[in-house]
Design a protein around this ligand. Structure first.
Ligand SMILES: CC(C)(COP(=O)(O)OP(=O)(O)OC[C@H]1O[C@@H](n2cnc3c(N)ncnc32)[C@H](O)[C@@H]1OP(=O)(O)O)[C@@H](O)C(=O)NCCC(=O)NCCS
Length: 174
């Protein structure tokens, strides 16, 4: 499947609702711990058009249908790092879309923004995402023990990262 990254559109909010309404997805995300009505999604989308420190793109297919959101947040131009995040609609799981979108955002981060390191965190209970990050080539750096209170329990938060040098070696195809 061909995919592209594009700015978020207001109509994407209709699909983004799936992330808060589907327990399989929402239990693995942190923003879903708070009420997230449509108005908040709309303001999230509008803010994303202006915000230079937190980049959020839609992953879209050849028909421009919204597949998910991929982000580089907390971009530091001093330390040359940023925090990556991804969520895709369930019907696109297992189709290599997450990997293709990650190629694009990491290329953008390393070669357009000139970052040195891109990192992420994930709940230790999110086995599917952890498998995806390892498969993609992110390396585990740290575990913050019982760091997040989720569904009545404290859960470990695992940190992964990707360095530009490793990306050059493993994934970048000029
Ligand atoms: C994380 C996400 C983007 C990954 O995309 P995806 O299309 O599901 O990823 P893939 O199918 O390429 O990889 C998932 C891997 O996990 C495996 N997997 C699935 N369920 C699993 C489980 N319970 N335990 C371990 N591995 C599991 C799959 O088999 C696959 O591995 P394989 O390719 O070796 O068979 C997507 O699942 C998603 O959006 N999840 C919900 C939001 C989320 O959790 N985001 C991350 C927040 S940190």
């Amino acid at each position: 499947m061909d995919i592209k990254l594009r700015p978020l559109k207001l109509t994407d909010a209709d699909y983004m609702k799936e992330f808060t309404e589907d327990e399989d997805i929402s239990r693995n995300l942190l923003f879903t711990r708070y009420p997230f009505p449509t108005e908040n999604m709309i303001s999230f989308i509008k803010t994303s058009w202006e915000d230079k420190r937190n980049i959020h793109y839609a992953i879209a297919n050849e028909n421009d249908e919204y597949i998910g959101t991929i982000s580089l947040k907390n971009i530091s131009y001093i330390d040359k790092n940023a925090e990556y995040a991804i969520v895709t609609r369930k019907k696109y799981w297992g189709l290599n879309v997450a990997s293709l979108a990650t190629d694009k955002i990491l290329n953008y981060g390393f070669y357009t923004l000139n970052l040195n390191k891109i990192y992420l965190n994930v709940l230790s209970s999110n086995l599917r995402a952890i498998r995806f990050y390892k498969k993609y080539g992110f390396n585990q750096e740290a575990i913050f023990k019982k760091h997040v209170y989720r569904n009545g329990d404290y859960v470990d938060l695992i940190w992964f990262s990707y360095f530009k040098n490793d990306f050059n070696d493993k994934r970048f195809k000029p």
